[in-house]
Design a protein. Structure first.
Length: 184
């Protein structure tokens, strides 16, 4: 990762980094890392993960911000190497790769999937949605699938979830403002 940062500093904007789309957590993490890292790259948004692997393998981009499950087969085949992971701790698929924090780029964050309902939804309906979603998350076949894709299941609900969402919104506002994605 330090070699990548040094190369990006030596030629600001020259290194092209594929993301699965503008405004995705991968794109925003790349943008977030550039400030403490003191480097500049050119993000190249694609229409999802399926397009980023051919782009990196074909030499059309220099790096890719991707989910662990997306790149694991290519890393295992020695076609890609992981420079850093954007998670609070080292990822079990890529234990040798430092976290963003270890690389001096700040805390990492994972991708969240949040189930929401419109304001005013009856409590009984919310309970059914909650209980069904929780049961699905605990289903052994789902747990095994997520583990095989390198996805951690970290169930949160109610006030704890709201507090986490508010905290993360505050953390990401600077990045979103800098990119012009929200008004200053």
């Amino acid at each position: 990762m330090q070699e990548f940062i040094a190369a990006a500093k030596a030629s600001p904007g020259k290194l092209r980094v594929a993301t699965p789309g503008e405004g995705t957590i991968s794109h925003l993490t790349l943008e977030r890392w550039q400030v403490p890292g003191g480097f500049k790259t050119t993000p190249v948004p694609f229409s999802g993960w399926g397009e980023t692997s051919p782009a990196i393998l074909g030499g059309h981009v220099d790096a890719v911000m991707a989910q662990p499950g997306e790149v694991k087969p290519l890393v295992d085949a020695k076609k890609l190497r992981v420079l850093a992971v954007a998670s609070p701790q080292r990822h079990p698929f890529f234990a040798e790769a430092p976290t963003g924090k270890e690389a001096g780029l700040g805390d990492g964050i994972g991708t969240w999937f949040v189930l929401t309902a419109p304001k005013g939804t009856p409590r009984q309906a919310l309970k059914v949605l909650h209980d069904s979603a929780k049961a699905a998350l605990e289903e052994p076949s789902f747990v095994a699938l997520m583990k095989s894709r390198g996805v951690d299941i970290d169930y949160k609900s109610g006030d704890k979830l709201r507090q986490e969402l508010v905290r993360e919104q505050k953390e990401w506002n600077d990045v979103l403002k800098r990119l012009g994605m929200i008004k200053k």
